[in-house]
Ligand binder design. Structure first.
Ligand SMILES: NC(=O)C1=CN([C@@H]2O[C@H](COP(=O)(O)OP(=O)(O)OC[C@H]3O[C@@H](n4cnc5c(N)ncnc54)[C@H](O)[C@@H]3O)[C@@H](O)[C@H]2O)[C@H](O)CC1
Ligand SMILES: [K+]
Length: 499
């Protein structure tokens, strides 16, 4: 699903009005009805509702929502924040209609702000995607009062004061909602970690904007939906055999970090690889053979770290279908040498994680050996080591896009809404996963998943988008069974489902 910027959303609005065709006021009605449908599922008619409206179209939505909720027997009070001399046409229209039902209150000075109680639910329709400057004056007073209040808050489209696709400056104020109900498409701001308190839990509601415009609109930003991920998944042929699904090699683990090897290996097997060989330092041999009997093991001649040679024969490096390296390998000089050998010998896309990323950051010559379309899976700190410190989330996104394009690799920047940056400049934000996954070992699981998909012959871009989605979904399955707090990386492995 595409993520469009504010200007594109404005154009999309116009296009829908001209080509559906539909009157602007009807489009506002449809958006408001969609909001109300969501609201009624969440809050019953006994909930005292206080709606704060600005004078633009977001405020117009608020007025229409008020009317629709009153018609559904909710007890609604409306507060119009008079922040500008002019009101939009559709605001004015809905204002007239609402006044036939109730008398709105008007807020012009701080003393006009009502007291909000815990049982109230505030609907924030002061400013939407149309903001063009920081919140000040009476709007700021109202926003700050809403944020101080014990009431629950639901933002219409986007929290008032939050920019949809550009950074807010430090010190700027915006509503801190419990929920954001956004229209039609996700906005970039909703997906960025620094905005969490201005977003809350967000939901998307369909308001029937014109698909033809969306299909044609250029954007580098996408949000991976369930349906899109499902389309990437390949079905298994009845006559397939283990050779069909590739032979993966994982280079993982070191003394004290053999768990990373086990987790990556188990995840790889649970993600459909045909055959798996795991090369671990010698001390990991029994661990691996015991914990993961399905995998073949190549113990390194070195007791504690990976160095390359093994007493156990296996295919030449270049003959494996896919390689995954990094989890738990440490940063020993012998391992750096081995990494250099591996990256020289194997010139197809590989999965690179954890210490392998740190080693690349420390030994810049390794960067030049990255095979095109390799998948790098840094968390933010690892990404910073590969690049530089950033000012804000938007700055970070540009660094991410630039890195993926310059190095012609796929970068999976892990976090909430993991961002998958592609060599063509696109960024695909993931929609699955939960905070329970912020625990040791879940990254190792992802390496196993991605390596398995590459081994099965998935295109690296599809492997990255699908693998990240499936990994998050596995975390969601695990969280449903165990809750988020007690969730472990092993639970994520067990949560993997591919149907
Ligand atoms: N396509 C859709 O998703 C639809 C969205 N709708 C709703 O319309 C708003 C956007 O409305 P718009 O009139 O463009 O802007 P706002 O209501 O957000 O802002 C109004 C107005 O306020 C002025 N302004 C800008 N910044 C500030 C500020 N910091 N303080 C005070 N005033 C400010 C400026 O003149 C703005 O134009 C969208 O979010 C949806 O809620 C439609 O209802 C249906 C289709
Ligand atoms: K709003």
């Amino acid at each position: 699903m595409k993520i469009l910027d504010v200007e594109q959303i404005r154009q999309l609005d116009k296009y829908t009005i001209a080509n559906e065709p539909i009157a602007p006021i009807q489009l506002m009605e449809r958006a408001s009805q969609a909001f109300v449908d969501w609201f009624r599922m969440r809050f019953d008619a006994l909930t005292p509702v206080k709606i704060f409206c600005g004078l633009g179209n977001n405020g117009g939505d608020g007025l229409a929502i008020a009317r629709l909720l009153i018609q559904a027997n909710y007890i609604v009070e409306v507060f119009v924040v008079r922040h500008a001399p002019r009101e939009s046409d559709d605001f004015a229209h809905n204002h007239r209609r609402l006044k036939l039902l109730i008398n709105p209150h008007y807020i012009e000075k701080p003393g006009d702000m009502p007291t909000l109680r815990q049982k109230d639910v505030v609907i924030d329709a002061i400013l939407g995607s149309g903001i063009s400057r920081p919140v000040e004056g009476i709007v700021k007073v109202v926003v700050e009062a809403i944020n101080r209040a014990p009431a629950q808050v639901v933002a219409v489209d986007i929290a008032s004061g939050l920019y949809a696709n550009q950074p807010n400056q430090p010190g700027e104020v915006a509503v801190q909602p419990d929920y954001t109900v956004t229209f039609e498409l996700p906005k970039l701001a909703l997906l960025l970690p620094g905005n969490a308190r201005w977003v809350g839990e967000w939901h998307m509601v369909d308001i029937g904007l014109h698909q033809r415009f969306i299909d044609q609109a250029p954007t580098p930003f996408y949000y991976t939906t369930d349906d899109e991920a499902r389309l990437l998944l390949r079905r298994r042929d009845k006559f397939s055999h283990k050779g069909t699904f590739g032979h993966a090699l994982l280079l993982v683990g070191s003394y004290g970090k053999m768990g990373a090897a086990v987790l990556a290996a188990r995840a790889c097997l649970r993600s459909g690889v045909g055959l798996l060989t795991v090369q671990v330092p010698h001390c990991g041999y029994e661990v691996l053979q015991t914990a993961v009997p399905e995998a073949m093991c190549r113990p390194d001649v070195n007791e504690r770290v990976l160095t390359g040679p093994s007493e156990v024969d296996g295919p030449a490096l270049a003959d494996y279908s896919a390689l995954g390296l990094g989890p738990g390998i440490g940063k020993a000089p012998e391992t750096v040498r081995f990494l250099r050998e591996v990256m020289t010998a194997f010139n197809r896309p590989m999965v690179i994680d954890a210490d392998a990323l740190n080693l690349i950051a420390e030994h810049r010559d390794l960067m030049g050996l990255l095979p095109e379309n390799s998948i790098l899976t840094p968390h933010p700190k690892e990404f910073e080591r590969l690049t530089q410190r950033w000012q804000n989330d938007y700055d970070k996104l540009e660094l991410l896009r630039d890195f993926a394009q310059r190095k012609q690799v796929i970068v999976v920047l892990k976090g909430a809404y993991t961002a998958v940056a592609l060599p063509n400049g696109e960024v695909h934000f993931n929609s699955t996963g939960n905070p329970g996954m912020s625990t040791g070992g879940t990254g190792d699981v992802l390496t196993g998943v991605l390596t398995a998909l590459l081994a099965q012959g998935y295109d690296p871009i599809e492997a990255a988008v699908l693998g990240v989605f499936a990994h998050g979904q596995a975390g969601d399955v695990a969280a449903r069974e165990r809750g988020q707090i007690g969730l472990t990386a092993s639970d994520v492995v067990d949560g993997l489902r591919w149907d």
